[in-house]
Design a protein around this ligand. Sequence first.
Ligand SMILES: NC(=O)C1=CN([C@@H]2O[C@H](COP(=O)(O)OP(=O)(O)OC[C@H]3O[C@@H](n4cnc5c(N)ncnc54)[C@H](OP(=O)(O)O)[C@@H]3O)[C@@H](O)[C@H]2O)C=CC1
Ligand SMILES: CC(=O)C(=O)O
Ligand SMILES: [Mg+2]
Length: 637
Amino acid sequence: MISSIGTHFLNNSLCGFSGRLRQSQWRPSVVVSAAASSNGRPEERNVTVLAESSLKEIRDAAAAPVVAVSGGVEDVYGEDSATEDQSITPWSVSVASGYTLLRDPHFNKGLAFAEKERDALYLRGLLPPVTVSQDLQVKKLMHNIRQYQVPLQRYMAMMDLQERNERLFYKLLIDNVEELLPVVYTPTVGEACEKYGSILRRPQGLFISLKEKGKILEVLKNWPEKKIQVIVVTDGERILGLGDLGCQGMGIPVGKLSLYTALGGIRPSACLPVTIDVGTNNENLLNDEFYIGLRQRRARGQEYAELLNEFMSAVKQKYGEKVLIQFEDFANHNAFDLLAKYGSTHLVFNDDIQGTASVVLAGIMAALKLVGGSLAEQKFLFLGAGEAGTGIAELIALEMSKQTDIPLEETRKNIWLVDSKGLIVRSRFKTLQHFKKPWAHEHEPVRDIVDAVKAIRPTVLIGSSGVGRTFTKDVVEAMASFNEKPVIFALSNPTSQSECTAEEAYKWSKGRAIYASGSPFDAVTYNGKVYVSGQANNAYIFPGLGLGLIISGAIRVHDDMLLAASEALAAEVTQENLDKGLIFPPFTNIRKISSHIAAKVAAKAYELGLATRLPQPKDLVAYAESCMYSPSYRTYR
Ligand SMILES: NC(=O)C1=CN([C@@H]2O[C@H](COP(=O)(O)OP(=O)(O)OC[C@H]3O[C@@H](n4cnc5c(N)ncnc54)[C@H](OP(=O)(O)O)[C@@H]3O)[C@@H](O)[C@H]2O)C=CC1
Ligand SMILES: CC(=O)C(=O)O
Ligand SMILES: [Mg+2]
């Protein structure tokens, strides 16, 4: 009898292989199995699962004559076939039962192991007598987490759970998404990254530093999972609005990928968080004895480009063409170039540029139902002209152009941006970074945001500067002076960097603002009325977008997919939401929303000829739903 825990590994296994093979030529990814012997105890037997690429080598080697040096039966370890001066691998055979099973986060169920499972899997005595349901475990954990007053303690409790019992972690997160999103994601993940060195217990994700140059493919092979579908990678240089956190940025890919699973239904084992460590220019970290990254200033230029290139090539070699690589929180001087460079060779997506654009466009589409008028009739002003600002601006201009047939160069003229030097105008053209140049319109220089608001008279004001409290009372009052319903997005994260709070937006606009923020704010009561603000965060988009790319087998990301995602998200905003002033649907329905986004994105991939999973499923929403990971416990034989 083979333990069910091992069976899924067995499908592709190469049982009983014998042959001569150098140790370095093969590497089993998993060694698992329990087979009952006559006395009913598990008999350890090795079953190896080999990477596809290794199979040919193995078959070739198997065909070669066998020369065993130490006698005995030829075995699957290669031990017998190694010469005495060759080193061999001390394979450890683990049986996923008993004590080991309780410590395996993929299979552990804690007190939810049923009586039969406790017998079959040698758990008797290792657990107290009570058997509980997963729902009761969720209830207990929520009770425990609510006891922590400090958000970082809640974050650590969640990370501990993820390391202890993965399915329970995802069930908890999915069932309590509104309450726990701010714990595993912004704002708390920001604080976690700042203190990552001190709070780190077990490293999560894959760290690839300059030390691994020339060996990145080998490093990827160290990751225990082989079938990766989504990678979120950062180099830690622009973590939220907190700046350069170096290697400690790992909290971001880990957090984003937990949302890929919880909100988008991507299997956890298919997700790989990566931090590329090329040093940090953060003096505090360089002088911090607990800092976990390379203690050197950031590599730039060729050294940086070569490491990234090696990473991108290794990923494609190891996981194939269809692995989605999400760039996250790179500084803008690298982000745009990486997206341009790898956009034509890999399935890449920059969340800060593209995901943010898609979510904000969705929010604007919904806001227009409250404000009235078409997209092309709006005038936009941004504070912040980096990845988020120019990414959103470009997608809005594209959508306007599609809606009106007016050329893109013309629709861009409805959109103005302010950076740290003031309004982006034609006279600054020569000195502007390339991504700002399309926005350099004719206008006299304007230094401050408040003056820019008065000069441009936007209907929509968007904060993407990473600097908190920059939408002052004067700014919001100016917006409210010429807009019946001023639309204000304060996108910067975490909460400390928000351009203005929800309370400030409602109070200073006398309750007339339509407001959304990157990090969540509690409902606000103003003049006896309760205002609920939406969360304008790319977390609405990337999980569904990623699911859509995966289920269609897309090989490239296209702007039209971002527009499709925006439309799908905007369509989920109900009249009831709008009546409360909400321009985003509640996160409680996010898995349903993600399946709709995925379906629209996949449909677009098929339409554009970028899908490889054929034939196209008839009902893409139902197909997307059927592909989503469920965190409910499985029954073990
Ligand atoms: N809600 C969401 O989903 C998302 C939110 N964000 C948030 O947006 C913020 C910015 O991110 P990103 O665009 O990637 O960052 P970038 O560094 O690419 O861009 C920041 C921009 O803000 C400008 N800026 C900085 N300080 C000021 C200031 N005092 N006054 C005016 N402009 C200023 C910079 O000007 P200059 O170019 O002159 O230096 C730059 O143009 C971050 O806080 C991030 O967390 C990002 C992605 C998604
Ligand atoms: C949300 C996000 O991606 C950011 O703040 O960078
Ligand atoms: Mg980001």
